[in-house]
Design a protein around this ligand. Structure first.
Ligand code: ACO
Length: 375
């Protein structure tokens, strides 16, 4: 591309619409609002057992029953935090955002490539999965420490997200809560070259280890234009306080050129397919009291946004973050922890991309145009 006036090459600051590689892991179709992992639509995948979807995403094939069981056992057996890992957590200053804690601790978790491999998975995938197994325990333990409580140890006998909710809240969740978290985590598992995944691929391109790559991805996910929008969207709804105030809030925010969190997506020009699945889930869970008020506020914000954006000729719709907060809120997870729970799911996508990239690796190193002066 060239700039017609001065024939200088035109560069892309944000890489919008620019293809920078290939992938077989997921397919994001922004115009039609569809998402598939390894060729399977997320509409079907949300009904599959969690470990089947994880195996599919990280290896590219469905597991046989023995592989699914081996993966489940492997993840359960690595979910426990060791005394040195707990000591590391305890040594950190309280008040650190859980995403900073995760980004910092991931590279120092499992000792390199040590330990037995998971049958059917290569050594790098196994190392990545060992990290993934620890993330729920880290998130839950950090929450408990921030509350001035002792961490609840992992119970390998429980289902993965049942265990997480028990470690986090301190009491056993019901079956519906576990199922809802499974669905939300499947929806957040993978999303092609999103900013966090791309950061991980850049890191992988330098031949750094998978721990560094996952850490880079988590750091990138943290920002409010990306994964951090989940926390921001719920806090926005709380600030608004009720559906009757939504239209005025949205009009005022847009007048002041502020972003509405949980709205808009670089790829989707229609409703994000993940939001389409999460919205009815949120509605069902938020059927009474404060939760209902919160849900109705979000719904009113969405309606107001549609009116306002349409008047401006813009195609900006709800993304995955918009209704997710209402769901997580009903699981007893406070908004400050939403993005960390997101990272617990997206880590499987990061692992898959790391492995895919390294099968045909090259250094990613773009060029910048120097616009300073020569001295
Ligand atoms: N609220 C208000 N205006 C918006 C929003 C929004 N949420 N999203 C886009 N716009 C407007 C911009 O102000 C801009 O207007 P202008 O052309 O008049 O300047 C125009 O739409 C284009 O927006 P950009 O931010 O340049 O488009 P981009 O493709 O970079 O946007 C993004 C994608 C960053 C996600 C944006 O929609 C946004 O900031 N949304 C809010 C944050 C959010 O929800 N992020 C989560 C995304 S999902 C995920 O990462 C897991």
């Amino acid at each position: 591309m060239t700039d017609a006036e001065n024939t200088l090459p035109v560069y892309s600051r944000d890489l919008a619409g620019i293809e920078v590689g290939e992938t077989q892991i997921s397919d994001v179709r922004g115009d039609e609002g569809s998402l598939s992992y390894r060729g399977h639509s997320i509409d079907a995948l949300v009904d599959k057992p969690f470990w089947q979807v994880v195996w599919l995403v990280v290896t590219g094939a469905w597991p046989d029953p023995a592989q699914e069981a081996a993966l489940r056992d492997f993840m359960a057996s690595h979910s426990m935090l060791t005394p040195p890992e707990l000591a590391l957590l305890r040594a950190l200053p309280r008040g650190l955002h859980p995403m900073l804690v995760l980004q910092g601790l991931v590279p120092v978790l499992p000792p390199g490539e040590a330990g037995p491999e998971l049958a059917g998975a290569d050594a790098t995938t196994t190392t990545g999965l060992r990290i993934a197994a620890k993330l729920p325990s880290l998130v839950a333990a950090w929450y408990r420490l921030e509350q001035g409580l002792d961490p609840v140890p992992a119970d390998p006998a429980l289902a993965f997200h049942e265990n997480f909710l028990q470690m986090f809240t301190g009491h056993a969740p019901d079956a519906e809560q576990v199922k809802v978290l499974d669905v939300a985590q499947v929806l957040q598992m993978e999303h092609s070259y999103n900013a966090g995944t791309f950061a991980g691929r850049v890191c992988a391109s330098t031949l750094a280890p998978i721990q560094s790559s996952i850490s880079a991805s988590i750091g990138t996910l943290f920002g409010v234009l990306h994964g951090g929008a989940d926390e921001a969207a719920l806090e926005m709804a709380r600030t608004i306080g009720g559906p009757e105030r939504a239209a005025a809030f949205v009009a005022d925010a847009l007048r002041q050129k502020q972003k509405i969190m949980g709205m808009g997506h670089r790829e989707y020009k229609v409703v994000d397919p993940r939001a389409r699945i999460l919205k009815p889930l949120a509605k069902r869970l938020c059927s009474s009291g404060d939760a209902r008020q919160l849900y109705e506020t979000l719904e009113a914000v969405e309606a107001a946004c549609q009116t306002e954006f349409a008047q401006r000729g813009k195609q900006i719709r709800a993304n995955v973050e918009f209704y997710k907060g209402a769901v997580f809120n009903q699981l007893g997870i406070p908004s400050r922890y939403f993005t960390a729970v997101f990272a617990m799911a997206r880590v499987y996508g990061y692992i898959a991309h790391f492995v895919e990239f390294r099968q045909d690796s090259c250094l990613i190193r773009p060029r910048a145009r120097y616009v300073g002066t020569a001295k």
